[in-house]
Every structure is written in structure tokens, then in C-alpha cells.
Design a binder for this molecule. Structure first.
Ligand code: FES
Length: 90
């Protein structure tokens, strides 16, 4: 089971779990405002953006699900799936 580190927390999740849903489940949505942002996962509002270190699977326009190695880079957490241990940096 992959682990997600955020602040002082270490969360275990299912492989392939949606990152945004995981953070909502643990009440760790990093930004103020509504839990799901205004677009509800349609990559329209950007309120779910996070900086991540580690390997993650993310939906890319026209490419579908793509595995990406991130080093403190921003992703849309509503379109990201946890496939290995990661750290959320901001
Ligand atoms: S929830 Fe709006 S872009 Fe992710």
C-alpha cells in the first residue's frame, strides 16, 4: 500500500486511489474553500493543485493516464492517482 506524506501526516491508501479523494477523506484538503473546488475534478478551477515529489499516475489531455516522476512539481490532485510513496511539498 503506497504512503502519502503531507505535513506531519503519513497516509496509507490503495494503489491507484485518487489523490484528491484521499486528502478529502482525511480532511487534509490544503486550500481554503470547498472540498472539491468549483470544477469538481474537471481541471477547470486549479484549486486542487499540489507540489509533489515521487511517481504518480496522472491524466493528461489526449494521452490518458500517464506515469510521471515528479520532483516538487505541480499536479492537479483531482486527476492524479497514487501508485507509489509520494510526498506533498506544497
Ligand atoms: S478540482 Fe478543479 S482543477 Fe481539480
Amino acid at each position: 500500500m503506497p504512503k502519502v506524506r503531507i505535513q506531519q501526516h503519513e497516509l496509507e491508501c490503495r494503489t491507484g486511489e485518487n489523490l484528491r479523494e484521499l486528502l478529502v477523506r482525511f480532511d487534509l484538503v490544503p486550500e481554503a474553500g470547498s472540498q472539491w473546488g468549483t470544477c469538481k475534478g474537471a481541471i477547470g478551477c486549479g484549486t486542487c493543485k499540489l507540489k509533489v515529489k515521487g511517481t504518480i499516475a496522472a491524466y493528461e489531455k489526449e494521452q490518458g493516464l500517464v506515469v510521471k516522476e515528479l520532483n516538487n512539481e505541480q499536479i492537479y490532485s483531482c486527476k492524479a492517482r497514487v501508485i507509489s510513496d509520494i510526498e506533498i511539498c506544497g
